[in-house]
Design a protein around this ligand. Structure first.
Ligand code: DP6
Length: 324
């Protein structure tokens, strides 16, 4: 029926990180960011607006959720209802497709799929730009998952001009990302809380705003020119600059565990041995290794020996959000 829609959105990995909000309510970031949408990790979400219910119901991987997680989805659905001028409760059913034992489910694919499914189910016909603006309201990184391949989220200054778009000049066509999962204890601090603390307390935050802007300009040149070495180096450097904002916060914190550090060392060892690879890390202990297609199997095998089979997944560029 036409009050129901199903969408699929893929996760993305940021090469130039988003870390800090200028406006927490509207999720306007301090800096622009750049990502690659990935093929094998994605979320499928069905939304139905139903006059029989008086409360939103939200199911993730077959389990009904409640509390803070439910509230975040409910608040997002209310943004959609306000846009569409409807007052119906929604039934949301979402499934994350992530390889076994990964712990790599992401709010980016979740809110990109939810934005697409909910807006269509509510009768809205949004452009990709407006869909990106809407997804941003659920989770900042979700605005980038509307598009496939290399994507830039231009920070903008307001709700109207803060959205993502695909890069127009791409000369880099054989990048692969090897996702490595570490022993994941509970997240010490969510990305949302972590970035807020960095903004509020790291003395280096003002410098991050300047440096991230240059990293973004430089990586776009490298992507346009197909310069993998420059692309990988800038990605790794920018990730470490982001993590410096956790170590320099008060109270300080880190997303690294001992396995994270071991993997970082292994990447550097491989590089010194002439096998080119770089790492990037988000708000958790898992590492993503950036490689070229020709080296992907060899490097993945090295990490399989270190970590075991089901903790290594090789990913390619993936598509933008689409309806099912
Ligand atoms: C380290 O998009 O999860 O992955 O906007 O508060 O939902 P909220 O944050 P979120 O933060 C992502 C942080 C990051 C870097 C990135 O994806 O750019």
């Amino acid at each position: 029926s036409n009050n129901s829609a199903k969408a699929q959105a893929h996760t993305n990995i940021a090469l130039i990180k988003y870390w800090g909000k200028k406006d927490e309510q509207l999720i306007i970031p301090y800096t622009s960011s750049l990502s690659l949408t990935l093929d094998r990790f994605y979320t499928q979400t069905t939304v139905r607006f139903n006059s029989d219910n008086d409360r939103d119901s939200v199911q993730i991987n077959g389990q009904f959720i409640s509390g803070k997680a439910w509230q975040r989805v409910h608040d997002f659905l209310t943004i959609v209802r306000d846009l569409a001028g409807i007052h119906l409760a929604a039934e949301v059913s979402s499934t994350n497709f992530v390889p076994t034992a990964a712990g790599l489910a992401s709010s980016a694919s979740a809110f990109a799929a939810l934005a697409a499914a909910a807006s269509k189910a509510a009768g809205l016909k949004l452009s990709k730009t407006d869909l990106s603006r809407l997804a941003r309201r659920g989770s900042g990184s979700a605005c980038r998952s509307i598009f496939g391949g290399f994507v830039e989220w231009q920070r903008g200054t307001s709700d109207a001009d803060s959205y993502a778009q695909p890069l127009s000049q791409v000369g880099l066509n054989d990048v692969k990302v090897i996702a490595l999962t570490t022993e994941s204890g509970p997240k010490p601090i969510s990305s949302r809380q972590g970035m807020n603390r960095s903004v509020a307390t790291s003395p280096y935050y003002p410098t991050w705003i300047k440096v991230a802007q240059h990293d973004l300009i430089d990586i776009k040149v490298a992507i346009a020119a197909g310069d993998f070495t420059k692309f990988g180096s800038i990605s790794e450097l920018n990730a470490m600059r982001m993590h410096a904002l956790t170590l320099s916060a008060d109270p300080d914190f880190t997303y690294f565990n001992s396995e994270t550090l071991a993997i970082m060392n292994e990447v550097k060892r491989l590089r010194h041995a002439g096998i080119e690879c770089y790492y990037t890390i988000d708000a958790g202990p898992n590492v993503k290794v950036i490689v070229q297609s020709a080296n992907a199997t060899k490097i993945a095998d090295t990490f399989t020996k270190l970590l075991g089979q089901n903790r290594v997944t090789t990913l390619s560029a993936g598509p933008g959000v689409h309806y099912l």
